[in-house]
Design a binder for this molecule. Structure first.
Ligand SMILES: *[C@@H]1O[C@H](CO)[C@@H](O)[C@H](O)[C@H]1NC(C)=O
Ligand SMILES: *[C@@H]1O[C@H](CO)[C@@H](O)[C@H](O)[C@H]1NC(C)=O
Length: 775
């Protein structure tokens, strides 16, 4: 999505003007008192399909065309008001899209942690609960005409490169984790409940974006509007597509958005293979496919993909696009029809998909107050329960990276005063990350810490960039010298990593490192120095990791409105940290070596390409994926896991490829396997050996058989379970691995294959071997 203030290109400026033009009061709801209420499309007793067909049959060509875009025009003669499709709710209802307006009874909405922080909780029930809270607030604002019901969230692109400015918006680098996040958050948002004729009723409609391989914004002169992502079928199938597929198949999302970039030379919004074949065909989307804002204008004007605008309309509609963000479809569909490039049935098919979603949302059921969720109002936004959930989510997303001695938690009774320094020490809006709304309020880190101890505050840098000679570093150092402990809060903000802004490297910006090093130098055996990082992307802080004078390091991501409280609760032991990194923290040399434009996930030693993510990159990491300490120690004992598993092939044509005859590694196409119910049960006792109660996430990885081909991941996450374990007790965890999903990989044709042989399941330090045989 491109927010209006990023109007670098002329076409984007046009989009903003277009949006501003459509901003008037929302008209009365459809199918209310008007005479239209008697028409068939208003009759709730009829199947949605029949209602949609009836409505389309009543619309003129002109009216239809003006419904193909985000600011859909009113059809007054049918009692239909205008509708703005573009609302956002990435981690709270947000006014980044024109559909949401704060003010009046709704001065703000609960701002939950940014998605990368939510992902770090590895807690799928939390994701769903946050989704429910956000859609309570969204629906409440809709009921008063201050939000739409179609939220273009979440962003589930794989966080492929650590420099990506929008990586903060995503659930990280792992496809299984991202898929689980997508399905959970979307289920929470949509809260789909029984309707008739196979169409579940929606509380709000979510949208998984940006399909696909969109994860470069602006890097060394290459921008997302011109980038052609060259992706192998293999990487597409077992990395980039995975979260989108989970979003559609498991999350039953009501919308998918195609991206700006090209995929292998074709703009994604013009690619029939992606839209009509994969999303709608194979995955069975029940919903609409939207373009990113002005995607069509961009592939026509900037990428010169088609000769005329009418050809752009035709190729997009035929590829399966249903709704355009931006004016392009409204401007050029009429002439495309007149030129014979688009048929009326193409337009009708698109409208059938968007109108079906609107009907499922109850937008043609008359007064919203008389519908489910009609009672939601101002009291349901920023209420105590939601604000408490935002704080709880922030706590769960905090990752303890290092804890020497151990230095944490700090004991307030032993500290007369604490120096709180660093450019992120007293931040408000920075804690939210991008795609935020106006929060209910803020608790800054300084405020949070001040609730525990007396503090002395010095920012040390005038801003996060921390450039130039006039940085108040000395003042920070002197504050640290005079206190019993120092907490240095540094990191990034949206001036460093954002939409349209990728980073060039992974180090702390400007003179932040110098600030940290000078404060570290004040550390003593009775004066601990703790480093807190606030950032979406990873930062190479090897110098602090390796320095024994840095007692502890915490990564707080962008923790949302109550982030400062959550950080303090962790520092002082009111919350035992349990978050884990959802992405690899690469060293700076990695970024120097790997072009961001190189999409390949798999390593290629022949040309010195190291690969991406823990699944393929075997080089050094500052901190690895899944890393995260606790104030307790947890140990595992496997109590049940089979050592053999029979894989039944469907009799028709089981093609078994022999991949390594000495090692007896064979591969079977997943489509030739009876996958139903093919799972490996795994029972593990998790013991908390420490003195602190705490939550712990059990991560189960699989490693492929020895002798597997080099394109197979080194290991991959197959399941995770988060459990709460009281100090000194043991909790029995029962989980299972879906064999066809978890243990399979794509071959170079993008065909999913299961390797037959001895797989290893890795649980902490434990390794369990399971032999798969084909029958
Ligand atoms: C088979 O596996 C062995 C052991 O890992 C390996 O050395 C050999 O290169 C593999 N052969 C092939 C054809 O992949
Ligand atoms: C997951 O999050 C929910 C919601 O905050 C919480 O109730 C639950 O205890 C969490 N699970 C664990 C194991 O911490």
């Amino acid at each position: 999505m491109s927010s209006p203030h990023h109007g670098i290109l002329l076409c984007l400026v046009l989009v903003s003007a277009w949006i501003a033009g459509g901003e008037s009061a929302r008209s009365a709801f459809a199918c209310g008192r008007s005479e239209a209420a008697a028409m068939r499309f208003c009759r709730r007793d009829l199947p949605i399909k029949v209602r949609v067909r009836d409505l389309i049959g009543r619309l003129t060509e002109e009216e239809k065309i003006r419904l193909l875009v985000n600011n859909a025009a009113a059809v007054p003669r049918l009692g239909i008001g205008e509708y703005e499709w573009w609302s956002e709710a990435l981690h709270g209802v947000s006014n980044t899209g024109p559909g949401v307006r704060f003010g009046g009874d709704f001065p703000g909405a609960t701002s939950f942690p940014q998605v990368i922080s939510a992902a770090a909780s590895f807690n799928s029930s939390l994701w769903e609960l946050v989704g429910r809270a956000v859609s309570d607030e969204g629906r409440a604002m809709y009921n008063s005409g201050q939000a739409g019901l179609t939220f273009w969230s979440p962003n589930v692109n794989i966080y492929r490169d650590p420099r990506w400015g929008r990586g903060q918006e995503t659930p990280g680098e792992d496809p299984a984790l991202a898929g689980k996040y997508a399905a959970s958050y979307v289920s929470g948002l949509q809260q789909a409940i029984g309707g008739h004729s196979g169409h579940l009723r929606l509380k709000v409609a979510a949208c998984c974006k940006h399909y696909t391989a969109y994860d470069l914004d602006n890097w060394r002169g290459v921008d997302r509007f011109h980038f052609n992502a060259k992706v192998s079928r293999q990487d597409l199938e077992d990395t980039f597509d995975v979260p989108f597929k989970a979003c559609v198949v498991e999350g039953k999302v009501a919308s998918v958005m195609c991206s700006y970039n090209q995929l292998n030379g074709v703009p994604t919004c013009a690619d029939r293979n992606l839209l009509r074949n994969a999303i709608r065909g194979q995955w069975g989307l029940n919903g609409y496919i939207a373009s990113d804002c002005d995607s069509l204008g961009i592939f026509f004007n900037s990428q010169h993909y088609t000769r005329t605008p009418e050809d752009a309309v035709a190729v997009a509609l035929k590829a399966g696009l249903d709704l355009g963000c931006g004016p392009f479809l409204a401007q050029h569909t009429g002439s495309a029809i007149r030129q014979g490039k688009v048929r009326m049935s193409d337009v009708d098919n698109a409208l059938a998909n968007t109108l079906t979603v609107q009907m499922r949302l109850g937008m043609f059921d008359g007064d919203p107050a008389s519908q489910p969720y009609g009672n939601l109002g101002p009291k349901d936004v920023c209420g105590p329960a939601h604000q408490a959930l935002a704080l709880e989510a922030a706590r769960q997303g905090i990752v303890l990276l290092k804890n020497g001695r151990p230095a944490l938690p700090l004991r307030p009774s032993r500290l007369r005063s604490v120096a709180v320094v660093g450019p992120n020490s007293d931040i408000t809006v920075t804690m939210l990350g991008n795609y935020a709304g106006i929060p209910c309020g803020y608790i800054t880190p300084l405020q949070g810490i001040s609730r525990y101890v007396r503090t002395v505050h010095q920012a040390g840098c005038v801003d996060v960039a921390c450039l130039g000679p006039n940085q108040p570093i000395d003042a920070a150092v002197s504050a640290a010298t005079q206190a019993d402990a120092a907490i240095i809060i540094v990191g990034l903000d949206q001036t460093i990593e954002a939409e349209a802004r990728d980073r060039d490297g992974l180090l702390l910006p400007g003179r932040q490192r110098e600030l940290v090093q000078k404060v570290i130098a004040t550390a003593g055996s009775h004066r601990p120095v703790v480093l807190v990082l606030i950032s979406g992307g990873s930062v190479d802080v090897s110098f602090a990791k390796d320095d024994p004078r840095v007692a502890a390091i915490i990564w707080a991501g962008y923790p949302g409105q109550s982030g400062g409280q959550a950080i303090a609760d962790v520092l002082f032991g009111a919350h035992n940290p349990g978050g884990k990194l959802p992405m690899t923290w690469y060293p700076q040399e990695y970024a120097a070596k790997v072009p961001m434009t190189e999409m390949g996930m798999r390593a290629d030693p022949a040309r010195g390409y190291p690969g991406r993510s823990y699944r393929f990159y075997a080089g050094p990491a500052v901190y690895p994926f899944g890393h995260g300490l606790s104030y307790s120690k947890f140990s595992y004992a496997i109590t049940l896991a089979p050592t053999e598993l029979a894989v039944r092939l469907d009799g028709r044509r089981p093609a078994i490829a022999i991949l390594n005859s000495t090692r007896r590694v064979k591969a079977v196409r997943v489509s030739h396997i009876r996958c139903d119910g093919l799972t490996i049960p795994i029972h593990v006792d998790v013991t908390n050996e420490g003195a602190w109660d705490g939550a712990h996430t059990l991560l189960v990885y699989s490693a492929p058989p020895v002798g597997s081909p080099s394109w197979v991941p080194l290991r991959q996450l197959v399941t995770f379970e988060k459990v709460h374990v009281s100090a000194g007790t043991t909790v029995h965890v029962e989980t299972s691995v879906d064999v066809c999903k978890g243990l399979s990989f794509a071959d170079s044709y993008g065909i999913r294959r299961l390797l037959i042989g001895d797989h290893n399941l890795l649980i902490g330090d434990l390794m369990h071997s399971i032999s798969l045989r084909a029958e």
